[in-house]
Each structure stands twice: as C-alpha cells, then as structure tokens.
Write a protein of this length. Structure first.
Length: 262
C-alpha cells in the first residue's frame, strides 16, 4: 500500500471513529421513574441498587429519575480523588432540554469551602479526625450555586430555598460520597410532557486558580529547600501528589428522555 493510500485509510478510520463517538453521544436512555417518598438526604436508601450507570472518567455511579413534576439525580462517588475535588469545589450538574452539551441550567453543590488538613496528631488518629470533619462540613453546608434556572437569580442561594431545589451530600457506611439533587422540571426549563432527549453534564470541579497557585508554591518551596540542602529535588509525597490531582477537573455528558410513567 503506497503512502497516499495509507493516508486515505487513516483519514477514513479517523472519520469512522469520530462518527462513532458522535453517535454514542447522541444516543439516549430513558430516566428511571423516581422512587416513592424519596428523601434528599445524601443516602441512597430509597434508590434501586446498583445505580443505573457508571462513568470511568469521573469515577461516578449515577441514576437520573423523574416523576410527573420533579427531576431527581443521585451520584455515588467511591473514588477518593473525585471525593476530594467535590468536597473542595463541588459537583456541577448542567441540564439542557435542547439536548446540547453546552448551555442550559446548572447547579453546583455541595459548597463546603475550605477543609483544613488535620493538625499535628499521630498518623493513626489523623484519618479518623479528617473523616469526621468532612462529615460535619457536609452536614453544615448552607448554600448551593445556580445558573440559568427559570425564575431563580443566578448566584448562591440557600440550601433551604423557596424554589423547590433540594440538595444533600453525605458519606455512607462504605465510605462513598453520595450526592442527591431534586429540582422541579419547570425550574429546570423542561416543559410538562417533554419527550425529547435532555442533555446532562456532570463536572467534578478542580481547585480554584488561587488554591492551585498556593499548592504549586508549596511544592516549589519544598524542592528549593531540598536543593539548597545539597540533596536531590524533593519528590512529591503522597499528600502532595493527591493535591496535584485536584488541579484538574473531569466531566462527562449524557442524554436521557423523561420517564413517562412508573
């Protein structure tokens, strides 16, 4: 096969792969019908197990459900890096009735804020203390961030709001971070009886630019000190490597149609 044919074959293969990716992105699954008497409390008690889908990029298990007037989402996060990202910067869920990846309404939660490292205590006690602090921080979340919702001003609003938006996040007994969201279909911009695919984008947010600069500065100072002392540049320890992973966000999107009946 000459070089021209090789290039043509390569172009054809690339086009086929892109077409396949596009087809996969456009496929849609139906929502589940929401469980009866569902409680938005950060526990998966009422939800059928296992959750409906898993995304490997974000390491999230999730189910999207609805009843006649409300949209529900649950996410279970076993991955420690994704947990830390969400605890530091939140999970952003976008909802777009046009079926397009970009645009639509967005809700970011939980807004925990800064979680300090455990103080100078024995290593065997540090993890237990950190876990307890995280649980308390999630229980004390006061606000969520919204954008593009019908009848709701963009920005931070109370967790206990008058718009029918309910969120909760908590750790379950297995150590998974469970995030739940409920939003009226009308507030999400989804008309009653809507039968077109709705696009959902899940984004596990990264550290803010300010926090990233602070962590990079700490790493540079450690390396400079090691060089000054005549040693090799300090290699990042496990804690530093984990923080560096927080510099990058991960996301995916999917399309699903509303469930029409139980």
């Amino acid at each position: 096969m000459n070089s021209i044919n090789v290039r043509m074959a390569g172009v054809a293969l690339t086009a086929a792969l892109l077409w396949q990716v596009n087809v996969n992105a456009q496929d849609s699954e139906p929502n589940k019908w929401a469980p009866e008497n569902i409680h938005i409390d950060g526990q998966a008690t009422e939800w059928p197990k296992p959750l409906q889908f898993y995304n490997n990029d974000t390491k999230l298990f999730y189910t999207i459900a609805n009843n006649k007037d409300t949209l529900f989402l649950i996410v279970s996060v076993p991955d420690k890096i994704s947990q830390q990202r969400i605890l530091r910067s939140g999970l952003s869920v976008s909802i777009n009735p046009t079926g397009k990846k970009k645009g639509g309404a967005m809700i970011t939660f939980p807004l925990v804020g800064e979680i300090n490292n455990a103080p100078d205590v024995p290593q065997e006690s540090r993890q237990k203390l950190a876990e307890e602090w995280r649980r308390q921080a999630l229980a004390n979340v006061k606000e969520i961030r919204v954008e593009g919702l019908t009848g709701v001003t963009d920005g931070n609003i109370p967790v206990n709001n008058t718009n029918g938006i309910r969120t909760a996040a908590a750790f379950d007994a297995a150590g998974n971070l469970v995030c739940e969201l409920a939003v009226p279909l009308s507030v999400a911009g989804i008309p009653a009886g809507y039968d077109k695919p709705v696009a959902y984008r899940f984004k596990v947010n990264s550290l803010s630019a300010t926090e990233r600069r602070e962590q990079e500065k700490i790493l540079r100072e450690k390396q400079a000190k090691a060089s000054k002392d005549g040693g090799a540049p300090a290699m990042p320890d496990e804690e530093t490597r984990m923080k560096m992973m927080l510099f990058f966000s991960t996301e995916f999107w999917t399309r699903q149609t509303l469930a029409a009946h139980p």
